[in-house]
Write a protein that binds this ligand. Structure first.
Ligand code: L34
Length: 297
């Protein structure tokens, strides 16, 4: 295959080892360790899997981890009470409320309730605003922040490149564009954001030096949509039925990997691409939130 594989699994393992060393050094110097709380409402199997992986990764890095599991019918006020309690807890420096939340809960009301200083997802409007106005000292959403690290650590600096982001979600597409537009390392790109209402999507994606796909639909990007030699980052994690497998499903991205790898210069797999980077950057943000709290003390 002509494209070089970008292993998020390997890069994430390197970052997680760096974080483990940072946490150990902080434990020595500050006498305390960072703490991460995850909140999961309901029993969505994918969310349960992700939150479980986050807890495991935190513990392996020496980060204190608290996992709060609430029933799917938890009233919004009760969830807000849990968040307020975590805001006030001095052992917790990072709070993550796993999305999506059940329909009866106003997602924005919950994200606003998280102390912006503990908002390791970067979803609070204060942090969203800071990022979109180019702030460098801000907690950035883990998935797009992980994509930036993947690019930098494979020598694919986005500076001066034309990056096309497909998808405009609050979790990936929008913050991805904000990160790439910032001045300085990891930014300085020319950014196009395409979405479901973009006419002639292939014409737009073929312009990309770096193509980032975050739509949530398999086979959104096919080989004819990719410029030869381009870097293709597949953010999708879609479960498709696979009755012949033990779990009953397979995880695939948004890119037709088999065909696109013959055209692209670099490509991320799914699984083992962006997913593991999301978790590594969550730990990174938790340590950053912790060190910022030490500076404030
Ligand atoms: N609040 N909600 C909040 N923060 C987030 O950052 C997330 N996200 C997304 C969903 N909801 C969230 C995640 O954690 C998606 N996401 C996520 C995290 C990790 C992985 C995938 C999505 C991951 O590691 N996936 C594995 C495959 C796992 C499987 O077998 O299903 C991979 O290698 O891609």
């Amino acid at each position: 295959m002509p494209a070089q594989l970008i292993s998020g699994r390997d890069i994430a393992a390197t970052i997680r080892e760096e974080i483990r060393e940072r946490v150990a050094a902080l434990k020595e110097s500050a006498g305390r360790v960072p703490g991460l709380a995850t909140v999961l409402v309901g029993d969505d199997p994918a969310s349960q899997l992700y939150v479980g992986m986050k807890k495991k990764a935190a513990l392996a890095a020496g980060i204190h981890s608290q996992q709060i599991q609430l029933p799917g019918d938890t009233p919004q006020d009760e969830l807000l009470g849990v968040v307020h309690g975590l805001n006030a807890n001095p052992e917790i420096h990072g709070i993550l409320v796993q999305l999506p939340l059940p329909d009866h809960i106003d997602e924005q009301a919950v994200l606003v309730a998280v102390d912006p200083a503990k908002d390791v997802d970067g979803f609070h409007p204060v942090n969203v605003g800071k990022l979109s106005t180019g702030a460098l000292d801000v907690l950035a959403p883990c998935t797009p922040w992980g994509v930036v690290q993947m690019l930098l650590r494979t020598g694919n600096d986005p500076s001066g490149k034309h990056v096309v982001v497909v998808g405009r979600s609050n979790i990936v597409g929008r913050p991805m564009a904000s990160l790439l537009l910032r001045r300085g390392r990891g930014g300085d790109a020319t950014v196009t954001v395409a979405h479901s209402r973009t006419p002639d999507l292939p014409r737009v994606t073929r312009e990309a030096d770096i193509l980032i796909v975050a739509v949530g639909r398999p086979d959104t990007v096919t080989a004819d949509m990719v410029k030869p030699g381009a870097v293709v980052i597949d953010v999708g994690t879609n479960r498709v039925d696979a009755p012949d497998t033990e779990r009953g499903y397979r995880v695939v991205g948004d890119v037709d990997f088999e065909a696109v790898k013959e055209v692209a210069g670099w490509i991320t797999p799914v699984p083992g691409g962006v997913g593991p980077m999301t978790i590594a950057m969550l730990l990174s943000n938790t340590v950053d939130a912790f060190t910022a709290s030490l500076d404030r003390d």
